[in-house]
Write a new protein. Structure first.
Length: 501
């Protein structure tokens, strides 16, 4: 219920998922147990430990601790059991927004249909505990990205505020921008990123932004003008999104030979969302959440570079009172890649809306092929936005013949208005804007290209700048100027991207 109260939706109708959860709750009173009924120890505890306990543990962001304690079960199921079952039935927990009917996503936190059915049957039987001897520890989840991180060792950079920031309880959702105290004096290749929350029970999510060198002075001024570490930033900065993180998410640890390029002079800013609902000011700790970064060794250039393709619909118009305002837009990739017959893999995606967002999807269409789904979030939750990556064997291929189609749906009804200073707002016409009370319809497609193509494309592809310097070659040179060793046709420094990709 916390999300409903904060967003002011308590007076409205429950979502279809919540309605299903309430129907399950109605069956609790008439529950009965049979030999085939799931029990906590044999069936449910392994699911919760594998999929839920990383957040719901002492010091975690979860609102209750589900760590097994025999004493807590001595007089029947603990108080959290019903709340956990309702959240699972409603599809709200574990927090995983993408539909499983779209594209496969790596490191999914979603429960399988069988696991959800098991929890529902256990709840319907009134939460039988079972025998502790029936418990079998769940198998660890395989994380290829974490295997790479462990092989690399300690991070090269650990970026955090020099002093702890203590969130203010007068605004339960406190958004703080921390200007990272690190200067990129030269172009740098990143191969891994990870968020390390210090006070996990209050860090709700983090977005890492990159600003180019021209904005460094203004960021320093904003930081200096606020007596506390960083500065208040409830909106969304106009900057490159490097990484969006939520609790339980594995970091970004790229396969060997792939890197993100950071231009010289780039300034990184961590926008941290703190949630202090239900706490007094004395109960809120200071926090120094950090971003850990792994770099390629100096002088080593990856063979493939991350190209983040932004796809905004800045023409959105959401009428006041409209409960289902659909906004659609398309993006043709031909102007980006030119007419060269190239194929570029899409390795991940991200979607972004604000508080009125209800659903967002991203599809791709190539000439002569069926439309393919890249991302489908049927029930958007602003608090759980993050980046999503595809398994390596299921990267999507795009080229100059590709058109992306993005659809955003918004609920601007009276029941869905945000609550500000204890009062629910009146519906108004809403358009694109940086503030939280404005809206956005935005996706990013994360592609891989050669470093030379990244340089040719320019600002769109690099983190905070225009890409690495072009390969050494002379105007009119017809060999080797793309620097990727792949191009078979004539290539020149003037049209390297179009000729070689």
């Amino acid at each position: 219920m916390r999300e409903w109260i904060v967003r002011g939706v308590a007076a409205g109708s429950p979502s279809p998922r919540r309605a299903a959860a309430l129907a399950i709750a109605a069956s609790f009173a008439s529950a009965c147990t049979t030999d085939s009924t799931p029990t906590y120890q044999a069936d449910v505890r392994p699911i919760f430990e594998q999929r839920c306990q990383s957040c719901h543990q002492p010091g975690g962001i979860g609102t209750f601790d589900i760590t097994y304690d025999a004493a807590a079960w001595a007089d029947g199921p603990p108080a959290w059991a019903q709340q956990a079952a309702l959240s699972v039935a409603a599809g709200e927990m574990p927090p995983w927004m993408p539909s499983q009917d779209c594209h496969a996503i790596q490191d999914s936190r979603a429960l399988t249909t069988e696991q959800r059915d098991t929890v529902a049957a256990w709840a319907a039987a009134n939460f039988p505990a079972g025998d502790e001897s029936d418990y079998v520890s769940p198998a660890p989840i395989e994380h290829p990205m974490l295997d790479r991180r462990d092989a690399w060792g300690d991070p090269d950079l650990v970026l955090a505020s020099p002093d702890p920031y203590t969130p203010v309880v007068s605004r339960p959702d406190d958004y703080r921008c921390i200007v990272v105290d690190h200067d990129f004096t030269e172009g740098t290749w990143i191969r891994g990123l990870e968020v390390a929350p210090e006070e996990a029970e209050i860090v709700h999510h983090l977005i890492l932004y990159a600003f180019d060198a021209s904005e460094a002075a203004s960021l320093t001024q904003l930081d200096a003008a606020d007596p506390e570490p960083g500065y208040a930033c409830p909106g969304n900065p106009t900057a490159t999104t490097v990484l969006a993180w939520a609790p339980g998410q594995v970091g970004e640890f790229l396969p060997e030979g792939i890197g993100r390029y950071v231009d010289a002079g780039t300034k990184l800013v961590m926008q941290i969302h703190y949630n202090t609902l239900g706490r007094t000011q004395d109960e809120v700790p200071g926090d120094r959440t950090a971003t850990r970064i792994w770099l390629y060794p100096a002088g080593e250039t990856p063979t493939q570079a991350v190209l983040q393709i932004p796809f905004p619909n800045m023409d959105i118009r959401i009428p006041a009172g409209e409960p289902n305002a659909a906004q659609e837009n398309t993006l043709n990739l031909q102007p980006l890649f030119g007419n060269a017959p190239i194929e570029v893999p899409i390795i991940g995606v991200m979607g972004h809306m604000h508080q009125l967002g209800r659903a967002i999807s991203l599809d791709m269409q190539r000439t002569g092929q069926d439309e393919a789904c890249l991302l489908d979030i049927p029930e958007w939750n602003f608090s759980w936005q993050q980046s999503y990556f595809f398994p390596e064997d299921q990267w999507a291929q795009v080229g100059s013949d590709t058109t992306l189609r993005m659809t955003c749906r918004f609920d601007n009804s009276a029941a869905n208005q945000p609550v500000v200073n204890g009062e629910q707002l009146t519906p108004r016409d809403v358009t694109w804007g940086e503030g939280t009370l404005d809206e956005m319809c935005l996706t990013y497609a994360v592609a891989l290209v050669s470093p030379a193509l990244l340089s040719a494309i320019g600002d769109i592809g690099a983190v905070g700048g225009g890409g690495p310097a072009a390969a050494d070659c002379e105007p009119g040179q017809t060999s080797g100027c793309c620097g990727d060793g792949v191009c078979d046709g004539p290539e020149t420094v003037d049209n390297c991207a179009a000729d070689c990709g």
